[in-house]
Design a protein. Structure first.
Length: 276
């Protein structure tokens, strides 16, 4: 699997989807933060690369990564700004090592006035990303870079959605399959076709053993892909482990989330070191 190329194909296919119901703004950080996201791939998915002007292009399959950290979709102050999954600005800076500004394509994105994209210059905190990387760093007894030596982090859906109201309400992709103002089952089906295919490609290419599903939506999508892979006998032993979402709306503190992640992984028998 040529990861960079397949990610570009995935991104382009997502860009061709229509607007879902009730949504006026769709952000695709795989496109307008392409250099940042590909920098993340190049640093933390060891492969053979070669220079193909003007980019460094992947030429061999990714090295195995026993863990896959799977989220739902980018947060407005996380990956939407940085191009890095769960990417609060401080963590993204530490992972990318240098400032990677948005692509010129950002000028063609219809931005909501209350949802700007400032890239790594954003001063807003992204609490969920901070808690996730802080908690997993404790589990791995290191930092985010140490986690990513064993794991690959991604969102099932890499798009962010905002309504056209004054606030720019953040619409999460689970809303498209539910009753309510954003219900759009045709869009949800089309999105699933693309996202599940890419997730399967990642799991197979990286020889994933455990999906750490952050939140119920990610767990549901991971289990759908798990069932499909088991049915085809390609990944019969793939585990899916649910982790509570680190959002302040769900867990009281960063310390509580770190303890929950540690205890959940211990109970499932998937603490770091199992696959070494």
């Amino acid at each position: 699997m040529n990861l960079v190329q397949e990610t570009r194909v995935f991104s382009d296919a997502l860009n061709r989807l229509p607007l879902p119901a009730g949504v006026s703004h769709v952000y695709n950080p795989l496109a307008y933060m392409r250099r940042a996201h590909e920098r993340y791939l190049e640093r933390f998915v060891p492969c053979m690369y070669e220079q193909v002007a003007p980019r460094t292009i992947l030429t061999t399959a990714p090295s195995p990564r026993p863990y896959l950290i799977l989220g739902m979709n980018p947060g407005p102050w996380g990956m939407v700004q940085t191009g890095v999954p769960f990417g609060d600005v401080a963590t993204a800076r530490s992972l990318l090592l240098y400032d990677t500004p948005p692509e010129p394509e950002l000028e063609r994105v219809k931005l909501h006035p209350n949802r700007p994209v400032l890239g790594l210059a954003s001063a807003r905190r992204e609490a969920s990303g901070e808690r996730l990387w802080g908690g997993l760093s404790q589990v791995w007894a290191g930092g985010p870079a140490d986690v990513l030596r064993d794991a690959f982090a991604m969102n099932y859906c890499p798009l962010a959605y905002f309504a056209g109201d004054e606030q720019g309400t953040n619409v999460t992709p689970d809303a498209f399959a539910k009753s309510g103002p954003y219900r759009d089952r045709e869009y949800a089906k089309a999105l699933d076709v693309l996202c599940s295919k890419y997730l399967k490609q990642i799991i197979e290419a990286m020889d994933t053993r455990v999906v750490l599903a952050v939140g119920r939506y990610a767990e549901f999508k991971a289990r759908m892909v798990q069932a499909a892979l088991r049915a085809s006998s390609t990944r019969p032993k793939l585990q899916v482990v649910y982790l509570t979402h680190p959002s302040p709306l769900v867990t009281r503190s960063a310390e509580q989330w770190a303890e929950m992640a540690q205890s959940t992984m211990k109970a499932a028998g998937v603490l770091p070191g199992r696959f070494s």
